[in-house]
Design a protein around this ligand. Structure first.
Ligand code: NI
Length: 416
């Protein structure tokens, strides 16, 4: 299942293993659960670092109208070398943990039904712990930088995917931020709880998936509000809008500052970037807690069983939002039916609305300029879509933008 995606393999592995735990009807050993939590957090750190630094920092540092040949990590290296190095260091930190635990950085097969395949060695535990203080400092320095640049985009924020919607994610029993385990919760644009304590096992009662003839990407919606009014957002911004708090000191201080700056419920998707950095801080703090728990070194890491149930559902928070795997098997344990709900598909309606909003704000006249096109792309990047696991694609992902006049004629067309 890690092979589903080269960008978020660990998330698919975790969610799949949880669905398989349900098929085996086992309770996994406590150390296995802690190790799964650890690799989940490592995946979030490396993925968020990739999104913020490698993909979006050029827009934030150099501006939306910057020369496209410079608008990449190398351009950032020229202007702010330390910033680019911070991003590379954060990504490497997460990837190395995945490698230490899973044996390789991409497509590890270490998370298995019933637990994980190998325990964590004391040597690896100590090596990861030795790196966390510096990694926390890098994150805090990056936070200062991000706060300083967000001010420069004050005019963009309100038209950058800023609109009322529902937000969904899983939370812990106390309402705090969760990645590995929890109940599903929906809040509305005012922060009021729409539904909470929802079990993934009943997802078909509240999560609808609409197939549109013009897209390979399904559009998920909250069934009680119907389609498309049941539009909801998932991912870092949604998680912070839903959670009572993070539950770790540094991340909570930043979450409070975030709420003081943008309100208790943040509606602009521009702030996905800032939310991502707060989550990186949380993940590193939480990893320290897990690694300082001596039980994580236990060698009892896998429950062995044969299939004991014919249907299993697993859910977890992937970097981009809630991920769900649902399998049905036959008596021999062969998978006969499967459904996956990917975070990116759950943001599809909101991404489309964001593109429309940015286009209405920035596209004027009869020509599409680079700055206009880049803003359309940048608002999509704010959601950090993972198209490789949410759509069917071959070759290079195409981007085709048409500017259509009031009479329906195509005024301009740009393709990448
Ligand atoms: Ni993916």
């Amino acid at each position: 299942m890690a092979r589903i995606c080269g960008i978020c393999p660990v998330s698919h592995l975790i969610t799949s293993a949880k669905a398989c735990d349900a098929l085996l009807a086992v309770r996994i050993p406590p150390a296995a659960e802690k190790l799964r939590r650890l690799i989940t957090l490592a995946q979030v750190v490396q993925s968020h670092a990739l999104s913020l630094f490698h993909l979006s920092s050029p827009d934030l540092l150099l501006g939306m109208d910057a020369d496209p040949t410079k608008s990449n990590l190398f351009g950032v290296l020229e202007v702010e070398p330390q910033l680019a190095r911070n991003g590379i260091a954060l990504r490497k930190f997460g990837q190395q943990i995945i490698e230490r635990l899973g044996g390789k950085r991409i497509h590890p097969a270490w998370v298995v039904p019933g637990g994980v395949s190998d325990p964590l060695s004391q040597q690896d535990r100590d090596a990861i712990l030795a790196e966390t203080p510096e990694t926390l400092k890098i994150t805090q320095r990056s936070m200062q930088w991000l706060k300083s640049v967000v001010e420069k985009f004050a005019n963009d924020v309100d038209s950058f995917g800023s609109f009322p919607s529902l937000f969904m994610g899983i939370v812990k029993e106390n309402g705090n931020l969760a990645f590995y385990d929890g109940k599903l919760c929906f809040v509305d644009a005012t922060g009021a709880t729409v539904a909470d304590g929802l079990e993934a096992d009943n997802y078909q009662k509240f999560l609808g998936e609409k197939v549109e003839p013009w897209s390979y990407l399904k559009s998920a919606y909250y069934i009680p509000k119907g389609f498309p009014d049941g539009m909801y957002r998932v991912g870092p911004l949604a998680r912070l809008n839903i959670a009572q708090s993070c539950g770790t000191p540094l991340a909570d201080a930043e979450l409070q500052a975030f709420r003081r700056a943008y309100g208790m419920t943040t509606l602009s998707s521009f702030h996905y970037h800032h939310a991502r950095l707060i989550e990186i801080l949380y993940c590193i703090e939480r990893m320290e807690e897990l690694l300082n728990d001596s039980e994580i070194l236990s060698t009892h890491v896998r429950a062995i069983a044969k299939p004991n149930a014919l249907e299993g559902i697993g859910i977890a928070e992937a970097p981009r939002g809630t991920l769900l795997h649902h399998y049905k098997i036959d008596e021999q344990g062969l998978i006969r039916w499967a459904n996956l709900i990917i975070a990116t598909g759950q943001n599809n309606l909101a991404m489309n609305k964001s593109v429309l909003q940015v286009a209405q704000q920035y596209i004027h006249g009869e020509k599409i300029t680079h700055g206009m096109l880049n803003r359309v792309e940048a608002v999509i990047r704010a959601y950090d879509p993972c198209l490789s696991c949410s759509t069917h694609a071959t070759g290079q992902m195409a981007l085709k933008v048409q500017l259509i006049g009031a009479d329906g004629s195509v005024l301009d067309e740009v393709a990448r």
